[in-house]
Design a protein around this ligand. Structure first.
Ligand code: 5BU
Length: 254
């Protein structure tokens, strides 16, 4: 099993390289899903939890008072605390449309998000469209090979076809949203949502696994944790617990 550091050296996509490198340096494989709806709350999470995480995952379109200053502040905090910005946009249209959704509109995602992701349901055109914008900026794309909620359709031959699409676009696709490691290629990074310290679910189909299960047993690389952290009484203390659990599971895997 290769270390994050060894994998950093193997990957030519600059975002994948940076991510593996900073994970090793900071000793964290924790990504926070900052699903809050105000600018102030999002900035607070980025600043307070920044030292604990490798990735800040956003849903920028749920912010009620979004403005360009939010993006400037997030970029500043990502430099200050050394983490990457991942906009969980889940692009899912034809290549020409996603290109505009990525580059234009209100959010200009390609200008600030180091990482974004896409469904593979439209076929390879979705990757090709995003790549026209993101590759020259050194960005990275994750494909949704699997999903966490109950009854989702990203399984079996759909997942298999998604892996093939990734292999055909290795310059831009840096990995997967997945419940487990799916390919042996060390340059694909596996990020897993649906993580809590206790297994279970929510009322809307979400299913949770523990950091230990996700990283050690299922061979994933990054745990994505939302409510488990930001809804805790002391989010910073809780983030430290997840960080420790995720890193310990990684070391046990090695
Ligand atoms: P939670 O609060 O830890 O349940 O939040 C999980 C986050 O991960 C949330 O932002 C979702 O949009 C995201 N997510 C997910 O839960 N499951 C998936 O399959 C994918 C994304 Br793709």
């Amino acid at each position: 099993m290769q270390t994050y550091k060894q994998r950093a050296e193997l990957c030519s996509n600059p975002t994948a390289h940076r991510l593996f490198k900073l994970m090793e340096e900071k000793q964290t494989n924790l990504a926070i899903a900052a699903d809050v709806i105000s600018k102030q709350e999002l900035i607070k999470i980025a600043d307070e939890l920044g030292p604990e995480i490798c990735v800040l995952k956003t849903h920028i379109d749920i912010i009620e008072d979004f403005d360009d200053d939010l993006v400037i502040q997030l970029q500043r905090l990502s430099e200050k605390h050394n983490f990457l910005l991942f906009e969980d946009r889940k692009f899912a249209d034809i290549g020409n449309t996603v290109k505009h959704q990525y580059e234009n509109g209100v959010y200009h995602i390609a200008d600030w998000a180091d990482i974004t992701n896409a469904h593979t349901v439209p076929g390879p055109g979705v990757i090709e469209g995003l790549k026209e914008v993101g590759l020259r900026k050194g960005r990275g794309l994750l494909l949704l090979a699997e999903m966490s909620p109950k009854g989702n359709l990203a399984t079996g031959s759909y997942t298999e076809a998604s892996l093939k699409m990734a292999e055909e676009h290795k310059d831009f696709v840096i990995g997967f949203i997945t419940m487990k490691k799916l390919l042996d290629d060390p340059c694909f990074i596996n990020m897993t949502p649906g993580v809590k310290l206790v297994q279970g679910g929510d009322a809307l189909g979400q299913q949770y696994n523990t950091p230990e299960k996700v990283i050690k047993e299922q061979g994933s690389d990054i745990i994505i944790v939302g409510r488990g952290i930001y809804q805790a009484d002391d989010p910073l203390a809780e983030a430290k617990k997840y960080r420790e659990a995720g890193w310990q599971a990684y070391q046990n895997r090695l």
